[in-house]
Design a protein around this ligand. Structure first.
Ligand code: E4P
Length: 219
C-alpha cells in the first residue's frame, strides 16, 4: 500500500455544508454528481463556481453526456470554470476515451461509477487523476465494498499507477475508518457522516460533568 497523507473530500453540493466542513479543516476536496446537484437551488455551473471559490482542493463536476464528443465538449467547458475542477466521467468506453484525451490536455479527471478492480485498472491506464469505487452501493448488493478498495490499491501499487483512489458511496463512519486502515488516498464523505465521525457519547458526558462541577463551585 502506498503511503500518502489521508484526504477527506466532502460528498455534497450544498454550500452551507461545504463551508461548515471547510471551517473544520476537513475539506481537501469536493465531489458532486447530478443527483447531489439536483438537491440544490441554482444553476449547475454557478453552484460549481461557488464551490471552487470556497475550496482550494479538487472539485469534481460530472458530465451528463454519454457520447465521447459530448463528454469532451462538456469537460472543456467545466474545466474552464476554475483551475481546481476535476471532470467526473462515467466508467464507460466513451468515458475511457474522454479520459485519455482530457489527461493529454492537462485536465484532471475523476472516473466515477467504478464497481470492479478491472474497471479501476482501465481507468488508471487511460490516465485518470482520480478513480471512484462506490463501496456503499456494493455493500447494498451484499458484496464487500472495502474488499474492492484493497484490490485496486494492490493493483495500483503493483504497477505504480498515479491514479488516486477516492472511496465513494460512503455510508457510515466504519467506511471511513476502513479507508484509513487500508491507507486509501481519499474518502469522500457525506456531511452527516463527517459530523458523526467527530462525536462520541463519552465526550458529551465528560463535557456535561465538567460544566456541572464548574457551576457547583462558581454558581
Ligand atoms: C461520489 O463521487 C459519489 O457521487 C457518491 O459517493 C455516491 O454516493 P451514493 O452511492 O450514496 O449515492
Amino acid at each position: 500500500m502506498r503511503r500518502r497523507s489521508v484526504k477527506f473530500f466532502i460528498d455534497t453540493a450544498n454550500i452551507d455544508q461545504i463551508k461548515d466542513a471547510n471551517d473544520m479543516g476537513m475539506v481537501d476536496g469536493v465531489t458532486t454528481n447530478p443527483s447531489l446537484i439536483a438537491k440544490e437551488d441554482g444553476e449547475f455551473k454557478q453552484i460549481i463556481a461557488q464551490i471552487c471559490k470556497i475550496v482550494e482542493g479538487p472539485v469534481s463536476a460530472e458530465v451528463i453526456s454519454l457520447d465521447y464528443e459530448g463528454m469532451i465538449k462538456e469537460a472543456i467547458d467545466l474545466a474552464g470554470i476554475a483551475d481546481n475542477i476535476a471532470v467526473k466521467i462515467p466508467m464507460t468506453i466513451p468515458g475511457l476515451k474522454a479520459v485519455k484525451y482530457l489527461t493529454a490536455e492537462g485536465i484532471k479527471t475523476n472516473v466515477t461509477l467504478v464497481f470492479s478492480a478491472l474497471q479501476a485498472l482501465m481507468a488508471a491506464k487511460a490516465g485518470a487523476t482520480f478513480v471512484s469505487p462506490f463501496v456503499g452501493r456494493l455493500d447494498d448488493l451484499a458484496q464487500e465494498g472495502m474488499g474492492l478498495i484493497e484490490e485496486i490499491a494492490q493493483i495500483y501499487a503493483n504497477y505504480d499507477f498515479d491514479a488516486q483512489i477516492i472511496v465513494a458511496s460512503v455510508r457510515s463512519p466504519l467506511h471511513v475508518l476502513d479507508s484509513a486502515l487500508l491507507g486509501a488516498d481519499i474518502a469522500t464523505i457525506p456531511y452527516d457522516i463527517l459530523k458523526k465521525l467527530a462525536s462520541h457519547h463519552m465526550t458529551d458526558k465528560g463535557i456535561d460533568a465538567f460544566m456541572a462541577d464548574w457551576k457547583k463551585k462558581n454558581g
